[in-house]
Write a protein that binds this ligand. Structure first.
Ligand code: ADP
Length: 493
């Protein structure tokens, strides 16, 4: 038996998972790391801590599994996307903490880019809507705010990377400075038409091209784990940003295949293969993987607050003790009785893109109780997802019948059923909901020659399907209420 090691560098934790050649999970190690909030809307991570944590889980999982290092054929890496780290090539040390994807510190500069009329150019070149979420403005912030950084960058001493680059630089014994297409496409500096860094955007943001990693395929002989780490060199043959990795892990490699990851936020992606679709409805275009791991396009919509709303009910409101309890209370009522919650805690993402919208609760009556609020929260996740699916259906010009679900919150059956009802779609939940790590392992398996493509691999197994049950009238009434609530929370800039 041969094994594959998947490294999943997430937003709150690092995980290492060993899969066998049938993609069965053999062993897992996970460890959280510190979230740093220097200001209310700023989020940072310590790059050195992430590296230490990732290496610790890597060593732990091998110990736990009892597998000999020589039995590991290859390594796949998947990571939180967009989060930005800049390091000095001479010392190998970061010049600043990693600025996390959630961080809003560059929102004003994004407004400036928009005012200067760059929206269309950026959309056409990178596929993205200007937002503080993506890496470009975070790199600019570091160069402008860390003393001496700009001068070092101009001398060619500084390197930029997303977490995949940072990990591989260190895991390869500081030999390789690379990233893959899927991660590059989230920087707002990468030309997804011509597959190269865009010189004009680098110039606009005053970022030296020498900082940028070499962009490689998501699958192939990409780098090597230095033998100092496990006593043996192991090829790194798969890399993908977490959402594209989950898309691949769900086997979404046919045109129009759609998955949603229900985590802190919701991330909906549809594979569009060779077709780069210019969304008219607030989605972004990004790079993803085809059946054989080669590069292709996808449409993406992200909602910032989904599972995080359930955490808020637990931690700030004290209405539940655990996220899983939300299902129990929401099931005690058969509807939310006109209550709507729009969780715009950090503005609204796709398809509305309103950085300054504020969260609201509407439709309260004297009879509204805790159960209604909890149910309205689960419904809010489903409504947001429906907004993304409506945009996607319009952009693709076709109906989407099936949504493949994964992520922590997809364990909630009621949430899956509400998605099916509200979005009029069949929700298909797989047995293995660890799609993100699975995708990285699948890419690595192709990269090391174990398989040629997803079609050759053991097929994905469905755990449960949820079918749409609302009448068109009921759905329409509910959507009307939701749309009114969204209108009320908009900033009307
Ligand atoms: P991430 O990778 O974004 O950290 P996970 O995929 O681990 O997130 O999912 C965790 C999120 O899912 C949390 O925000 C949590 O509130 C939510 N969650 C987990 N289990 C449930 C559940 N049974 N019902 C509703 N939400 C849940």
């Amino acid at each position: 038996m041969k094994y594959i090691l998947a490294l999943d560098q997430g937003t709150t934790s690092c995980r290492s998972i060993i899969f066998n050649e049938y993609f069965e999970m053999i062993s897992m190690a996970q460890e959280e790391f510190t979230q740093i909030y220097p200001h209310p809307t700023w989020v940072e991570h310590d790059g050195e801590e992430i590296l230490r944590t990732q290496i610790k889980t890597l060593k732990d999982v091998i110990k736990r599994s009892g597998i000999d290092v020589s039995e590991i054929s290859s390594i796949g890496i998947t990571n939180q996307r967009e989060s930005t780290i800049v390091w000095d090539r001479e010392t190998g040390c970061p010049v600043y903490n990693s600025i996390v994807w959630q961080c809003r510190r560059t929102a004003d500069y994004c407004d400036e880019l928009e005012e200067k009329g760059y929206s269309e150019y950026i959309k056409n070149t990178t596929g993205l809507t200007i937002d503080a979420y993506f890496s470009a403005t975070k790199i600019k912030w570091i160069l402008e705010n860390v003393p001496g950084a700009k001068a070092l960058a101009k001398e060619g001493r500084l390197a930029f990377g997303t977490m995949d680059s940072w990990l591989i630089y260190n895991l390869s014994g500081k030999k390789d400075h690379i990233t893959d297409y899927t991660n590059a496409s989230r920087t707002m500096l990468y030309d997804i038409n011509n597959l190269c860094w865009d010189e004009k955007l680098l110039e606009i943001m005053d970022i030296p091209a020498s900082m940028m990693p070499t962009v490689v395929s998501s699958s192939g002989e990409l780098s090597y784990l230095d033998e100092s780490i496990l006593g043996r060199s192991i090829p790194i043959t798969g890399i993908a940003g977490d959402q594209q990795s989950a898309l691949f892990g769900q086997g979404c490699v046919t045109y129009g295949d759609v998955k949603n990851t229900y985590g802190t936020g919701c991330f909906l992606l549809a594979n569009t293969l060779d077709e780069k679709i210019d969304s008219k409805c607030g989605l972004v275009s990004t790079l993803a993987c085809k059946d054989d791991g080669s590069v292709c396009y996808a449409l993406e919509g992200s909602v910032f607050i989904a599972g995080a709303l359930i955490q808020w009910l637990r931690d700030e409101m004290g209405l539940i003790h655990s996220a899983a309890e939300s299902e129990y209370y929401a099931n005690l009522v058969d509807g939310s009785d006109g209550v709507y919650i729009v969780p715009a805690f950090s503005g609204l993402g796709a398809p509305h893109w309103d950085m300054r919208a504020k969260a609201i609760i509407t439709g309260l009556s004297r009879g509204s109780n805790k159960n209604h609020l909890i149910r309205a929260s689960l419904e809010a996740i489903a409504f947001q997802l429906n907004d993304l699916l409506t945009a996607l259906r319009e952009d693709l010009g076709e109906n989407i019948a099936v949504l493949k679900a994964d992520g922590g919150a997809c364990a909630n059956d009621l949430l899956m059923q509400l998605t099916a009802d509200i979005a009029a779609i069949t929700v298909d939940r797989p047995k293995n909901i660890e799609s993100t790590a699975l995708g990285a392992a699948m890419l690595a398996a192709i990269g090391c020659g174990m398989y040629n493509s997803v079609s050759d691999m053991p097929s994905r197994v469905t755990d449960k399907k949820f079918y749409a049950g609302y009448s068109p009238e009921k759905r329409e009434t509910l959507l009307k209420g939701w749309n009114e609530a969204v209108k009320m929370c908009r900033s009307h800039e």
